[in-house]
Design a protein around this ligand. Sequence first.
Ligand SMILES: Cc1ncc(COP(=O)(O)O)c(C=O)c1O
Length: 388
Amino acid sequence: MMKIEKADRIKNLPPYLFAEIDRMTEEVKKKGKEIIDLGVGDPDLPTPQYIIDRLKDSCQDSVNHHYPSYSGMDDFRISVTRWYQKRFGVKLDYKTEVVSLIGSKEGIAHIPLAFVNPGDQVLIPSPAYPVYNSAALFAGGIPYVMPLLKKNNFLPDLAKIPPQVARAAKLIFLNYPNNPTAAVADKKFFSEVIRFAKKYQIIVCHDAAYTELFFDDYRPISFLEVEGAKEVGIEFHSLSKSFNMTGWRIGFAVGNSEVIEGLGKIKTNIDSGVFQAVQLAGVEALEGDDTWLKEMRKIYQDRRDVLCRGLRKIGFKVEDPKATFYVWIPVPPGRNSIEFASFLLNEAGVVTTPGVGLGEYGEGYIRMALTVSREVMNKAVERIREVL
Ligand SMILES: Cc1ncc(COP(=O)(O)O)c(C=O)c1O
């Protein structure tokens, strides 16, 4: 028998906690308990019909059956620039400052390959979307953890990064509105990031996947709105959460042309772009009448209110998120995130994400996603109340 030995880069990945949660969920299901899943960050609402229709029509056209261009169709990239102008007042050159992605995850996973040499530091937040860490490791980079702490409004304290680390750093990942903490960033913070990046020559990769999910009168900003941002970095964006298109696999990166070019170079050697019919559906999403988005935000906001109010009533110290569809909840004193998430799953049949699964500084919290109906959300709160 041949021994199949995995490469170190796979062996060195942290254990995938979510597989364990899936296993436990299956066990609870087998016992006959109905599960309420607040664990996944996948919208329950469907993709709007006009976007689906554009895909259908585009599929019929054989022009779209070929290999797409590596960097994205002109039509798609132009739509991206129009959308950035309309939404953020940011001007972009579609030829050099935009690249299509097979979902923003793909770009995030590939960017270190273009800029990080083995041994370079990569600054990653904790807790965070886990792909920043694995992407850094795959490129041979050394992740340096920036804690996101409540006392700093879940923004990294750049002054705490030792100068020798900053000098050895090639890239910094940031994400606002933030998954999992739901924190938001303002121009002042982004300006600090730009100063820091210039000082130490660090490429900024801002993940803006959640800018369109906002509540009340808050409006998330783009990193690129801030003076000097384009000199130091790029922004990843996604149609997944903005337009309920997670399964479609389309996103994009925008910003500094040299950084976009580097990412493009990696992609040319790995993938062959996004199916053109999907890109044209993306054009429809970015340019079509999006008044329905207001309705969608109202639905999430209503669920947020049900969940946060409900949790506060039963003693949780939880704040209303201003954006994203996540709620970041401190676990009751004396408990830890894995133990408390297991307790909620086993006793209440409610799936949540233990904070520590998203990084060591996520300990002490669980994450709940607003991706079930108001009725189900109410039921989840009721069940938690019963078991506490
Ligand atoms: C912070 C963050 N960035 C990026 C992504 C990836 O989104 P997609 O690849 O669907 O564009 C996600 C998905 O959950 C996310 O939470």
